[in-house]
Design a protein around this ligand. Structure first.
Ligand SMILES: [Zn+2]
Length: 296
């Protein structure tokens, strides 16, 4: 289960590790349970709406991932807010386009400034927590054919960069670009209605939208993931995995602190950093995913 088994914890994160900090963004991966874990999955925290949405998925795998992601989200939020997972209420912020009640999802009456974003794709979910608006996206890498079909939707600058990479890296780089785009649009609260072509989120960080820091993050092989966070952005992100047993029982959450993760620097406001490419150091066991998609 551990993504980075040898990664140390980092300064500023206590072993319990669930305090919102203005200089840190927290990212959590949740994997869909398999085997016996499916039977053990504890969904008692979900509300009626979440159960209905889970049941509406046609594929069992999609149902399971949705349920695990939302159970995990509630339990993580419970740790950050001090509220019971079942008692958390969600609202929608006003849409930045029309002010209608369909903007970013948010927790009603959080005790501390707390924004979150959730994404899931083929057995993997990603949740981001920050004291400022945040968007995350995780996706399984698309097939070559899908890359071809979707490339015209990219910004012209991104298309040029994609055209310049070796064919063997195209899927990974496309996933890297597309997840940045979705993370940014989710952070804005507008989703893809804004159009993927409008914003440049490619290799040149200095040309990214002002007021946002958008970064790719380390992920599982054959997946890409990204985060967008509004300024004043935290200076670092902590990336961790929810232990599988935390999805089975609330007891584990009560007695165990946050697991160790990896620390990833985020750029200073509006500036490109060479460490925009955070994973020159390969994650243990995942070198290809980390070096192919995330270098320019
Ligand atoms: Zn709207």
């Amino acid at each position: 289960m551990a993504l980075w088994p040898t990664a140390p914890s980092w300064p500023g994160t206590s072993p319990s590790g669930f305090t919102m900090s203005s200089d840190r963004l927290d990212l959590w991966f949740i994997r869909s349970p398999s085997g016996g874990g499916r039977r053990a999955l504890d969904l008692s925290a979900l509300d009626d709406g979440e159960r209905a949405r889970a049941d509406a998925f046609r594929r069992q795998a999609d149902r399971l991932l949705y349920a695990a992601a939302h159970a995990g989200l509630r339990r993580l939020l419970s740790r950050y807010t001090g509220h019971d997972p079942q008692s958390l209420r969600f609202i929608r912020e006003p849409c930045p386009g029309c002010a209608g009640p369909h903007g970013r999802p948010a927790v009603a009456d959080p005790p501390v400034p707390l924004h979150f974003s959730l994404s899931h794709s083929f057995g993997v979910a990603l949740v981001g927590f920050a004291p400022v608006p945040v968007g995350v996206d995780v996706q399984r890498l698309p097939r070559e054919h899908t890359v071809e079909i979707c490339t015209p939707a990219l910004h012209p600058g991104e298309r040029a960069e994609l055209a310049a990479v070796p064919p063997a890296d195209r899927r990974a780089v496309f996933g890297w670009l597309w997840t940045r785009k979705e993370a940014y649009l989710k952070g804005l609260g507008v989703g893809l209605s804004r159009g993927a072509i409008q914003d440049y989120l490619g290799f040149r960080g200095s040309e990214h939208p002002v007021d946002w820091t958008v970064r790719s993050i380390p992920c599982f092989p054959d997946y890409a993931a990204a985060v967008a966070v509004r300024h004043p952005a935290p200076t670092a992100a902590g990336v961790r995995c929810v232990p599988a047993r935390w999805l089975d029982s609330t007891d584990a959450w009560r007695v165990e602190g946050a697991p160790a993760g990896v620390r990833m620097p985020l750029a200073a406001a509006g500036r490109a950093l060479s460490s925009d490419l955070p994973w020159r150091t390969p994650c243990p066991g995942q070198p290809r995913a980390c070096t192919t998609a995330l270098t320019s």
